[in-house]
Every structure is written in structure tokens, then in C-alpha cells.
Design a binder for this molecule. Structure first.
Ligand code: APR
Length: 273
């Protein structure tokens, strides 16, 4: 059972809203969740925007990262193996140390209860996989994987031999150039994962959004699509976002505490799954 974050007190009004969200989820036919960097803040990974955000501190990175990779894959690999940007070093160190938090674990419990049908995450931190999520679409990739730019084959980074003297690494399946699975700025979302996301969004009649500023597309458009098709939107975020006006329920607070409490309401209320 995921324990709620100890340092966040739920008001009676907020708790009533969480119960209402649990009832909504229990009645929904097909529920898809969308998570962003905010859900991993309680695992020690800084978000990108807003308070303590990496881009807030260091500025948004250039939007042609993928084009620069293609222009000189070997050089791009050298700078990834020894990152020069302070934000890249900070992110690498926190990713290695991060562990799933109660928010990740609560989403696994929603999946195991049959309440959550699919989880789309923008996070590359591998924490949903580590927590045990199975029905998972990592729309911006996963830093622990490598991906072939030609055939889309993916490989665990730790079992792939990368020779710093022989860069870029090439695909054992097709010989194509291999890069990190994390989707670079300017890189198209891999077709396989994008098709899966569109299919899940099309079938959903309820979306649970946690920890995203809803500023990066196509992911930011998914909740809008669900609402446009007549579905309901539950948003969890300490701050309002562009989604807040279209959310049927907006729960203001940290994802860990809110999601853990939601699971408790599902238990207590015997909400059918
Ligand atoms: N619980 C829930 N939400 C939180 C928490 C928390 N403990 N702390 C912060 N937040 C919220 C912030 O209020 C903000 O709205 O999480 C959101 C984080 O927004 P971003 O940093 O913009 O992260 P995200 O929405 O995932 O960014 C989308 O942008 O740079 C790209 O590829 C990157 O996937 C990322 C994409």
C-alpha cells in the first residue's frame, strides 16, 4: 500500500474532491493517465519549468538537438558521455539516484485494480517501470534505453557495449546509428509509441493528469482531446495550468499525497473497478 507523503495535510474540502475523483474513476469505462516531471519531484528529480525547474534555472535547451545529433552523431555521443551543460550533469546524477515515490506506486495500484487502463508518461526517468507499471507508453522515451534511429529497435543501455573510440554505436539488428531512447528536442516522437498514445486517448472516457505543465505537444493535447470527445479530466498539480479550466476536478497538491489518498478512497468506498 503506497503511503501518502507525510508533509502534506489534506483539507476536508480537498479530501471530498479526491473522493469525488475516485467515484468518477470507478464509473469510467476506460481511464488513461498522463504524467509529467512534477510526479518525479518527490523522487528528487527537478521539474523543467516553474519553481526549481531546470529550464527555469538554465534556460530552455536549443530546439535542434536532434538535427545536431544527425549532423555529427559521434560528437553528439561524446558530449552525452561527458555532458558539459550543468543541467545535463545535474539531471544525470539525480536520475541515477532516484527511486519511485508514493505517486508512482499509487498508479501501479490503480492499474492492478483494473481502474487504470494505460499510463502515458512524458518522463524519461524509468520510475514508472521501476514502480511496476505495465500498461505504459513513454512518449518522450526512457533514459535507460538506447534506440536505433533506423529500425526503432530498443536496447537496455547497461547491456549495450559503447566503445568511446568507436562512436556512434550501431544497431546489431540493422546497422543503423543508435542514440539514447530519450526523444531529443526537434526529434519526431517514434511512430510506435505515438500511435499507441493516440489509440489510447481515442478510447479514453476519463483522463487523470498528474504533474505536467501541459505545455509540450503532442502530450499536452491529449487531455483536450479526451474532453473534446465528451470525457472527463481530473488534474493533480500544486499549480493551475492551461488544463485547469477544462478539468472537471482540479486537485491542488503534490501527486504523491493525492494519488495515495485516491487509492485509499477507492478501497474505502469499495469503488468498483
Ligand atoms: N506533484 C505534482 N505536480 C507537481 C509537483 C508535485 N510534487 N511539483 C511540481 N509539479 C508540477 C508543476 O506545477 C508543473 O506544472 O509539475 C509540472 C511540471 O511541469 P514541467 O517541468 O514543464 O514538466 P512537464 O510538463 O513534464 O514537461 C513536459 O517538457 O522539456 C520537456 O521533455 C520535457 O517531458 C518534458 C516536457
Amino acid at each position: 500500500m503506497a503511503e501518502s507523503s507525510p508533509h502534506f495535510d489534506l483539507s476536508c474540502e480537498l479530501d471530498a474532491e479526491i473522493r469525488r475523483a475516485a467515484e468518477l474513476l470507478g464509473r469510467a469505462r476506460r481511464v488513461v493517465a498522463l504524467t509529467g516531471a512534477g510526479l518525479s519531484v518527490e523522487s528528487g528529480i527537478p521539474p523543467f519549468r516553474g519553481k526549481g525547474g531546470l529550464w527555469t534555472k538554465y534556460g530552455e535547451p536549443p530546439l535542434d538537438g536532434y538535427q545536431r545529433f544527425l549532423a555529427d552523431p559521434a560528437e553528439a555521443w561524446r558530449s552525452q558521455l561527458e555532458p558539459k551543460e550543468p543541467w545535463a550533469r545535474a539531471l544525470r546524477d539525480t536520475l541515477a539516484a532516484a527511486k519511485p515515490n508514493p505517486g508512482h506506486l499509487a498508479l501501479v495500484e490503480l492499474e492492478e485494480r483494473g481502474v487504470l487502463d494505460c499510463l502515458i508518461t512524458q518522463n524519461i526517468d524509468d520510475l514508472h517501470r521501476q514502480a511496476g507499471s505495465r500498461a505504459l507508453a513513454e512518449i518522450h522515451g526512457n533514459y535507460s534505453l538506447l534506440r536505433c534511429t533506423a529500425c526503432n529497435a530498443r536496447f537496455p543501455r547497461e547491456s549495450f557495449h559503447i566503445d568511446p573510440e568507436d562512436l556512434p554505436p550501431t544497431c546489431p539488428e540493422c546497422g543503423g546509428v543508435v542514440k539514447g531512447d530519450t526523444v531529443s528536442f526537434g526529434e519526431p516522437i517514434p511512430a510506435d509509441v505515438l500511435e499507441r498514445c493516440f489509440s489510447e486517448v481515442e478510447q479514453a472516457d476519463c483522463m487523470l493528469v498528474a504533474g505536467t505543465s501541459a505545455t509540450v505537444y503532442p502530450a499536452a493535447g491529449f487531455p483536450v482531446e479526451v474532453v473534446r470527445a465528451g470525457g472527463c479530466l481530473i488534474e493533480m498539480n500544486p499549480e493551475p495550468t492551461d488544463l485547469t479550466p477544462i478539468a472537471g476536478i482540479h486537485l491542488r497538491g503534490p501527486g504523491g499525497a493525492l494519488l495515495s489518498r485516491l487509492v485509499q478512497h477507492l478501497d474505502a468506498g469499495g469503488v468498483a473497478s
